[in-house]
Design a protein around this ligand. Structure first.
Ligand SMILES: [Fe+2]
Length: 257
């Protein structure tokens, strides 16, 4: 599922994710949760709520440390991961392994792009080692590439083609129309979109963003509430080989919010 934005996005998951999983036959669900706390960061309580709503693993991104209380929580959970290319001594890890409903082990890797985002290590420096470790532990490997630039996310999918099941981009909150299976059997989508209010500028009240952009004056961002959608990607794969067999975007419009 694409970035969950604010209480509106989180409630949409709480109300619909369990049913959607059943209806769509989803065996494993990854949710990017780094905007769950009013649009910036996530708290332990909110992470627990998203896991209880039906997420198997929560990934994060550039707002990971926005909530101070998350650091000790990350050190003690195996279901919530932060980008692997953060400072190595930071709490938490960038790789999780958990069983899908059918018993298949699934590894999830969280990386952050280095174009237009501030990362201590390039994702390219450590991705190969990380993928090797993931493949030793699970036949199915999903990569959340949290990045600003479409080019970097597309490039990472090609680099990992044939070695992982899927490379799904997050962070921009705008779902892209390029879901595909690459030649080596890796599913790729540049951005999964946003689970949250779409009558907004990527989740924030439109008038606040317009004021900031037009005047250059600082503005306190507030989450919007209208046109709530659940967005994400659906990937089918062969659990024995980890090769993807289909990849498509998912969108459910829920209305006013
Ligand atoms: Fe982000």
């Amino acid at each position: 599922m694409g970035d969950v934005f604010g209480g509106v996005g989180r409630r949409a998951l709480e109300e619909h994710l369990a049913r959607l999983r059943d209806e769509l036959g989803v065996d494993f669900c990854v949710v990017n949760g780094e905007n769950a706390a009013d649009g910036r960061g996530i708290t332990p309580k909110l992470a627990d709520k998203i896991l209880a709503a039906g997420a198997d693993v929560i990934t994060l991104g550039n707002h990971t440390w926005a909530r101070r209380e998350l650091a000790p929580y990350l050190a003690g959970t195996e279901r919530v991961i932060r980008p692997a290319n953060f400072v190595r001594s930071a709490p938490g890890t960038g790789l999780a392994v958990a069983p899908a409903r059918d018993g298949t082990q699934v590894a999830v890797i969280n990386l952050m792009g280095s174009l237009f985002l501030d990362v201590p290590h390039s994702p390219w420096e450590l991705v190969d080692e990380l993928v090797e470790e993931a493949r030793r532990r699970a036949p199915v490997v999903v990569v959340d590439m949290h990045g600003e630039a479409t080019s970097e996310k597309v490039a990472m999918a090609f680099w990992l083609d044939g070695r992982v099941t899927a490379v799904i981009g997050t962070h921009t909150h705008v779902q892209t129309n390029d879901a595909r299976i690459l030649a080596g059997g890796t599913a790729a989508l540049t951005d999964a979109g946003m689970t949250g209010p779409h009558d907004s500028v990527i989740g924030v009240k439109t008038e606040l963003i317009l004021s900031r952009l037009r005047t250059g004056m600082p503005v306190r961002f507030e989450p919007a509430s209208g046109d709530v959608r659940i967005e994400g990607a659906l990937v089918e794969c062969d659990p024995a080989t980890g090769r993807a067999t289909s990849c498509e975007t998912f969108r459910l419009a829920l209305g006013a919010g």
